[in-house]
Design a binder for this molecule. Structure first.
Ligand code: XMP
Length: 333
């Protein structure tokens, strides 16, 4: 990375007009850097990679090749959104890889969270590399690196600890021959969002809550099974829908469902019915180091419980986790 420190003269991007001038500058820079060559981007659908994709599409159109790897651990509708927004809306050169079966086969029977993370991160790189190898003439790799990632890397270097990999899934191969394109590297998250809106990305994509790289893999607690993963995805979709409906989606930092590998006895239509509990987590934080619990109004909790227990096969109870961080981490795994 050549220039590591944000230039002092750079204004904070807080308005659509400032975003537009940033976009214009970046388009000129990207064109000068890339020329008529091709650029590859792993498009997860997260805020940073989505904004980079939209910016590069403006700058170089079909010279950008986006690869979206669906590891089967996305939330409901997320991969479909990526396809709709980028392929259909922005006419992107988008390769969609449904690698669900590969990931779930590797994860079968694995219950240790760190092993699960390693498998998901490693396999993600493998699938991405396989797709890249099928392409020819790619000379650049675009990344959604943002300024806090760089600051963390610098801090880690200065403290003598190994440089923290700031990538969501895995790190870069050491023998990588492609040059990097990182147009957001001096932006803070709030600036990335302003730029994303100025580029015309949907509000929901730009203001998406943080979502871990291993996705639902660390929320389907213990060894992942397809039926429990399906129940988790459906329950999570209901939680998100109800948070949207009552306005909590705009104010709560992170909210999601986890489903443990544990059943309890219940009744349904007069018969004994063993099912999993869905555990709600809804937290507020500044930097994810400490977190407090959102006080969800009781009627909202009641409605979510009622919907999940009637609409989601396999779930017979809903629990609300009231533990702040510390002592609980935000994720259960
Ligand atoms: P914890 O559970 O450590 O989470 O309190 C803090 C924040 O980090 C997210 N998180 C992850 N993000 N890969 C990621 O990209 C991961 O493996 C991972 N684990 C946790 C978590 O969602 C929360 O926002």
């Amino acid at each position: 990375m050549d220039q590591m420190i944000r230039p002092e003269t750079m204004k904070r991007i807080t308005t659509p007009a400032l975003a537009q001038s940033f976009i214009d500058e970046q388009i000129a820079e990207i064109r000068a850097q890339v020329g008529d060559k091709k650029v590859l981007l792993a498009l997860s659908g997260g805020v940073d990679s989505s904004v980079v994709a939209a910016l590069l599409i403006k700058a170089i159109g079909k010279q950008l090749v986006c690869v979206h790897v669906n590891h089967g651990l996305m939330r409901k509708g997320e991969s479909e959104d990526v396809i709709r927004v980028f392929r259909e809306g922005l006419d992107a050169n988008l390769i969609y890889v449904d690698a669900t079966d590969r990931f779930l086969a590797l994860l079968a029977g694995v219950s240790d969270p760190e092993k699960k993370r390693k498998i998901i991160g490693g396999e993600f790189i493998k699938v991405f590399d396989e797709e890249a190898a099928k392409l020819s003439g790619i000379e650049f790799l675009a990344q959604g690196t943002i300024y806090p990632d760089i600051l963390e890397s610098i801090k880690a270097k200065e403290s003598g600890k190994p440089v923290k990999s700031h990538h969501n899934v895995g790190g870069l191969p050491e023998d990588m021959k492609m040059a990097l394109v990182e147009p957001l590297k001096f932006l803070y998250k709030d600036e990335v969002r302003v730029v994303g809106e100025a580029l015309g990305l949907p509000h929901g994509m730009v203001y998406r809550q943080p979502f871990p790289g291993p996705g639902l893999g660390v929320r389907c607690l213990g060894a992942i099974t397809r039926d429990r993963l399906h129940a988790l995805r459906e329950a999570d979709a209901i939680l998100r829908e109800e948070f949207d409906n009552c306005g909590l989606a705009q104010s709560v930092w992170q909210y999601f469902i986890s489903v443990p590998d544990m059943k309890s006895v219940g009744v349904k239509n007069g018969a004994r019915y063993e099912g999993w509990p869905a555990i709600i987590r809804a937290v507020n934080t500044v930097d994810a180091m400490e977190a407090t619990i959102e006080e969800i109004p009781y009627p909202v909790l009641h409605k979510i419980t009622q919907r999940i227990t009637t609409e989601v096969p396999g779930i017979n109870r809903v629990l609300y986790d009231l533990t702040p961080k510390p002592t609980g981490t935000i994720e259960w795994e």
